[in-house]
Design a protein around this ligand. Sequence first.
Ligand code: ATP
Ligand code: MG
Length: 415
Amino acid sequence: MAPHRASSATLAGAYPFLTAPALDRGVLVGTDALTGGPFCFDPWDLYAAGELTNPNLLLAGVIGQGKSALAKSLAVRSIAAGRRVYVPGDPKGEWAAVARAVGGVVLALGPGSAVRLNPLDAGDGDPAAVHGRRARLLVALAETTLGRPLRPAEHGALDAAVTVAARRPAPTVPDVIDALAAPDPDAARADGSTAVERTAEGREVAHGLRRLVRGDLAGLFDGPSTGHLDPAAPMVALDLSRLGSNEDALALAMTCTSAWLEAALAAPGAGPRWVIYDEAWRLMRSQALVQRMQAQWKLSRAYGIANLLILHRLSDLDAVGHAGTEARAIAAGLLADCSTRVIYRQETDQLAATAAALGLTGTERDLLPALGRGTGLWKLPRRSHVVHHHLHPDEAALFDTDAAMRAYPTGKVPS
Ligand SMILES: Nc1ncnc2c1ncn2[C@@H]1O[C@H](COP(=O)(O)OP(=O)(O)OP(=O)(O)O)[C@@H](O)[C@H]1O
Ligand SMILES: [Mg+2]
């Protein structure tokens, strides 16, 4: 067939469905690479307009492509539009400067910091809700340190210990450990057991929880909180960078801080908020944490929360638990629960899996390895856009994570 040539103005008339209509609601992200027009995004507006089935967003891309920079732009620009932002665990400590710049609160947890967070702080709610929250948290902590699910008898022993510890005005993890070692005989009898049996049933749980009281996490979560984390602040960031690359400590710290997050999500009148999980692939290695994330995402819907999950590649989710396990299914469910997917550059070996998981067209798939820094494919349920994210110079200075790389040019790496 003879090739046909025409100007793009003429072709647009003949083939008018090349690009989706512009997205001009919400905060400005940058420009649409195909049309050159502005690209805006606000998950709540788009949800209300029927463009999204939920407000959650998945962001994936190889190292250094500008994922965190995009998340930070969305955060600070949304704050200017009256939204709030929680960063419940920041393993690299790169959100602290952003939170301070917008008048938010930073809590740095880890060795050398005087900050302490009591994971059993009650939060709001009736006594049964508070009890449930504390018990679920302690189960998650014990399961993380023991590396296995708790047995029914251990659940019973822990539940009874939480009841005993709650007789104090502000119970702490050491109070629960004490109560596990010396159970209430009347409560044990009422459950058809004895104090001696209960002590035996709770022994391993107590060992597991001691990890929070001794060793590398001592002093972080084992006493009364040193400050109040105000859920009404424009941004709250929990800086976990002092924990270094200790994955166990990170998972335990995130589990403890997730108790704060659960209470904060339910804070009355706080309005739409972003909850940003940067470096989520690290956080999601812990099965108990993934389970808590799922519970929080369910809760999110009721409180107008948009979750933002940042990964390198979709196969990061395959690192959660073992194939066929509940944790793996939950991780897949979290992905399915993100109706906006933003894909930054992917390695070629990831293309087939990414395309299959997200239902990409052949053209979209071929685009992924060629995307430059700050450019991503935005896949919404009924449209897709290629978007250049534009950084304001002030943002570029604040979000810069390359400074350390530039400080040591070749031959000048300090010994
Ligand atoms: N849209 C952009 N325009 C110009 N520079 C950008 C853009 N996005 C990011 N950068 C710069 O690129 C560098 C790396 O960005 P960023 O830390 O956001 O990458 P990342 O994808 O989160 O990397 P990692 O996977 O290591 O966390 C930063 O110094 C940032 O300032
Ligand atoms: Mg990053």
